[in-house]
Design a protein around this ligand. Structure first.
Ligand code: SAM
Length: 237
């Protein structure tokens, strides 16, 4: 077992979450009940967001023991251990447990590597055959607001359509181009991504792809719908 490592991707996730939480602070009301997080990784990106947003409390979960160990050290070093907690375990076990979902908002850069099976460089990053299994599970977990990374090669259209079916709209997003890293360059993953793109289930360039961190909501206080712009930014329409 290892810890997820992709500096550009984590920085984009952390900065985007920070910006969306800041921009929509009044409507999301995260100062009241905090936010939950699926997949802490080494916690560095969100520790910076917690530091930048006084009043933000994050409850995070990761299934990877080395990640949790690293995350706790990084959170302590950043001085935000009182507002950013990490537990070792499956996020969906706590979401399903007695009492269920407490916060209104969940954040995540979910595992999104598409592959035929879990036999990949870091199995914890497997997102199912189309790469969006955990994103879809998160949308079904009962939160009013979901801030999640949506990559261009993991069936983003399927993710957006499922979100719509569940009553979510895309309020806003921040998109960025990323180079293929070690996880997506693995030959059988790379070949699988090419197949998905050829089938029309995603987009990837020769050596890069797009990721958008998007705010999905079911709250009428957050108007508008940028689903179409999101798919365009991911090169899907
Ligand atoms: C793409 S990484 C993102 C890590 C970090 N948020 C970042 O952006 O740097 C996804 C993380 O989700 C964790 N993970 C996978 N399945 C999970 C689950 N069911 N519950 C909690 N964490 C999970 C993985 O171990 C991995 O650390």
């Amino acid at each position: 077992m290892s810890c997820f490592s992709s500096a550009d991707e984590s920085a984009h996730y952390g900065l985007s979450v920070c910006m969306l939480l800041g921009q929509y602070r009044e409507q999301l009301r995260w100062e009241d009940d905090g936010v939950d997080e699926l997949g802490t990784g080494d916690a560095s990106a969100i520790a910076d967001a917690v530091h930048a947003l006084p009043g933000l409390r994050v409850r995070s979960y990761d299934i990877s023991p080395p990640s949790v160990e690293k995350a706790r050290a990084n959170i302590a070093a950043r001085g935000v251990a009182d507002r950013y907690t990490v537990e070792l375990g499956d996020f969906f076990d706590q979401a399903d447990s007695a009492g269920g979902v407490q916060a209104r908002t969940v954040i995540s850069n979910p595992p999104y590597i598409p592959a035929p099976d879990r036999d990949i460089l870091m199995p914890e990053l497997w997102g199912g055959i189309h790469g969006n299994d955990l994103a879809l599970q998160l949308l079904k977990a009962g939160y009013d607001n979901v801030i999640a990374a949506v990559p261009s090669y993991s069936d983003p259209e399927g993710t957006v359509r499922t979100a719509e079916d569940l009553g979510y709209r895309v309020v806003n997003f921040l998109a960025m181009g990323l180079d293929f890293g070690p996880y997506s360059s693995e030959p059988r993953v790379h070949a699988h991504i090419r197949r998905l793109c050829a089938e029309g289930r995603g987009w990837a360039g020769e050596a890069d792809y797009m990721v958008a961190v998007a705010l999905f909501t079911r709250d009428p206080e957050l108007p508008g719908d940028r689903s179409h712009q999101l798919l365009r930014a991911l090169q899907l329409s």
